[in-house]
Every structure is written in C-alpha cells, then in structure tokens.
Design a protein around this ligand. Structure first.
Ligand SMILES: *Cc1c(COP(=O)(O)O)cnc(C)c1O
Length: 361
C-alpha cells in the first residue's frame, strides 16, 4: 500500500510510530499478559503509566506547580459547561471573544450556566480577509469572572496568535492547537482541549486548571465534571478512558522525541508556510483569512471554481491524500496539519495541487 496522508480535522492523524507501538503491545501490555484496555486503572502498573503521562505533559508545556492537569471525558464540548460551572457563579459576568464556529458553541453553552455572558468582540470581514476584531475594540467587562477565547478556530482556520492582554483569568479552548508550539501556561487560568486533534482518541479531554480559581463550583456541577473533585482523585473519580490516556501518553513521549514543543513548533510553522505560500502565489486557489490571523493547524482553501471540488477530492483521494473536504459551514477544502502530519505530507499535497491546477486551471 502506498503512503496515505490524512488531513482530517478530527479525529485526526496520529503519529505512525505511536500507532505501531500500540499495535505491538495491544494484546500484552507491559509484560502483564493482558491488554491495557482490560487492565484496572487502580493497578499500580496502570497508575504509574498514567502519572508518567501527566508528568510528560507537564514537562512539554512547562506547567507551573499550582496548576492541576486533569484527564477528563466528554471531549472539548464537555468543557464548555464544565468551565462556567467550576469557576463562575450563576450571577457572575463572563467575557467571551467570538472567534468563530467553536466560540459560538461555547458561548451558547455558557449562557445556560451564567446570567451575563458578554461577547466582547467577533470575527469580521476586512479587505485583507477575515480576522478577529482587534483588541482595542473589545468591549471588556470590568468585573468579568473570566475571559474565554478559542485561539485556533478549527472550522474557520482563524487563529489569535497573541495571548490577549486582559485583567480577568484567561480560559482557552485549545482543542485544535494544544501542543503545537511553545506556550506560556502561566498566562492562563484554564486551558482545555478535546484530545482528537493533537493528542489522541476522541471523547477524551485535558484540562489544565489554576488551583486558585477553584473552590466555589456551582452546586449542581456533576461530580465527573467537578475540577476540584477530579483533581483530588487524580482524574480517577470515575473510571477514566484508560485506552485514550495510555495512547495520549505515547503521543507525549513521541513529542518529546521530536524536540518538544520548540521542535514540533518549528516544523508546524514550516508546514503551514509552505502551503500558504503556494496558495497565495496561485490564482487557482485562495485562502480567505487575513494573513495575520491564519491558523498553522487548519488551512482552509477554495478552488477558483467550486464545481471542481468533487473532482479535486476524488483525485486527491486516489493520490493518497484524504480528509481534505472543508467543513460543511465553509465549503471548499481544508488541510489540517496537526503535529502528526509530516512535512512530506504537505509537499505531496502541494505537488498534487500544482498538477490539478495545471490540468484543470
Ligand atoms: C473539535 C473541537 C471542539 C469539540 O470537540 P468534541 O471533542 O467534539 O467535543 C471544541 N473546540 C474546538 C476548537 C474544536 O476544534
């Protein structure tokens, strides 16, 4: 079988090395004679693996000691309600920056739990493309319990590259850009991510939570989503997704071998630049995001003639390039270039796009 490059937005490609290791030890994990999926999460061998995964994640992100690292269930969206329920009271005001599709979902969920959800700014169209309103125009509340934003909008391919300079604790939905480049965790109150883009299997989520924000959850918060309770139980209040935790741990070790976030960050910027440069130079393809707000993880692009979309996808698939269909809200194509995508995948995509333009342009 010739090589397949998977550009899916999520669940997304995982490093081949990790998949092979998981395959090799699938039936007999760690000399135990049973699969990691059949193993008690209370067994010292499992606990050791789980703690090592947490430690590797802490090392990769240089997480300060006063932050909990939680391994939770319910994916990225589960955190949309967990955040307000854990760190805001019903009567509080919270600020949300509306960066795009996922921000919208987060805002609507927060409205169920907090009476004042203030949308401080939004994405907007400019002559140079779509961007987020500049910070100088944001209508921040002066008493916000927290400020929420999504630094990488997966559907729209829009990114906020600078951490906002606001007074309230910052909460970030990093589902599609966590671990993609170095990050100063100490600037945040909560960072959360569904796992299926840059970490591991879907349904799993990671939350990095500053201890000082906890202590007064809303009384109705479900126990499995109670940050403090999960922190006290090392994320094992209920049975965790043991396989996802294990696989994520393998991905963290793989990332360390790639030179950590500095190493993978450099590669990610090279991959994205190569594709944007090619798209910008071509009259046949276009990206509609303002150059300063382009995502390095998700690159949407349109063909000059959308009638060709179907043929493009079909021929790309035959060339071993899969998962390129754009989100149904945006149309066109989207190439997701998460950590596991090698540079060769981007080269293969550009070669294919060049040939397609030559034969259909
Ligand atoms: C994928 C995604 C989500 C949703 O994740 P689920 O695991 O499907 O709940 C939330 N936010 C962002 C930015 C995403 O990319």
């Amino acid at each position: 079988m010739s090589q397949i490059f998977n550009f899916s937005a999520g669940p997304a490609m995982l490093p081949a090395e990790v998949m092979l290791q998981a395959q090799e030890e699938f039936l007999q994990w760690n000399g135990t004679g049973v699969s990691v999926m059949e193993f008690s999460h209370r067994d010292p061998a499992y606990v050791k693996m789980a703690q090592e995964a947490e430690q590797d994640l802490r090392t990769l992100l240089n997480v300060p000691d006063d932050y909990h690292v939680l391994f939770l269930q319910g994916g990225g969206r589960g955190q949309f309600s967990a955040v307000p329920q854990n760190i805001a009271a019903k009567t509080d005001t919270v600020d949300y920056l509306d960066c795009g599709t996922w921000s919208g979902y987060a805002i609507r969920e927060a409205q169920k739990y907090v009476s004042q959800v203030n949308v401080v700014g939004a994405a907007q169209q400019t002559e140079q493309g779509k961007r987020i309103q500049p910070a100088s125009e944001w209508q921040l509340s002066d008493n916000a319990r927290y400020f929420h934003y999504c630094p990488n909008e997966t559907v729209d391919g829009i990114a906020v590259h600078d951490i906002p300079d606001v007074n309230a604790p910052i909460v970030a939905d990093m589902s599609s850009n966590i671990l993609s480049e170095p990050l100063d965790v100490s600037r945040f109150g909560v960072i959360y991510a569904g796992a299926q883009k840059n970490i591991g299997p879907s349904g799993f989520a990671i939350a990095i939570v500053k201890q000082s924000l906890l202590g007064q959850p809303q009384p109705e918060v479900s126990s499995i989503m109670d940050y403090q309770l999960q922190a006290n139980d090392n994320s094992m209040y209920n049975t965790p997704n043991t396989f996802a935790w294990y696989l994520s741990g393998l991905v963290f070790k793989w990332l360390k071998r790639q030179g950590g976030l500095a190493g993978i960050g450099q590669l990610n910027h090279r991959k994205a630049s190569a594709l944007y440069d090619y798209v910008d130079a071509s009259d046949f393809y276009r990206n509609e995001v303002h150059p300063d707000y382009r995502s390095i993880m998700n690159v949407p692009f349109q063909l000059a003639d959308s009638e060709l979309d179907k043929i493009f996808l079909e021929q790309a698939k035959n060339a071993g390039l899969v998962g390129l269909k754009g989100h149904r809200f945006v149309g066109g194509m989207r190439a997701s270039l998460y950590n596991a995508m090698p540079y060769e995948g981007v080269e293969a995509l550009i070669d294919f796009m060049r040939e397609f333009e030559r034969t259909h342009g």
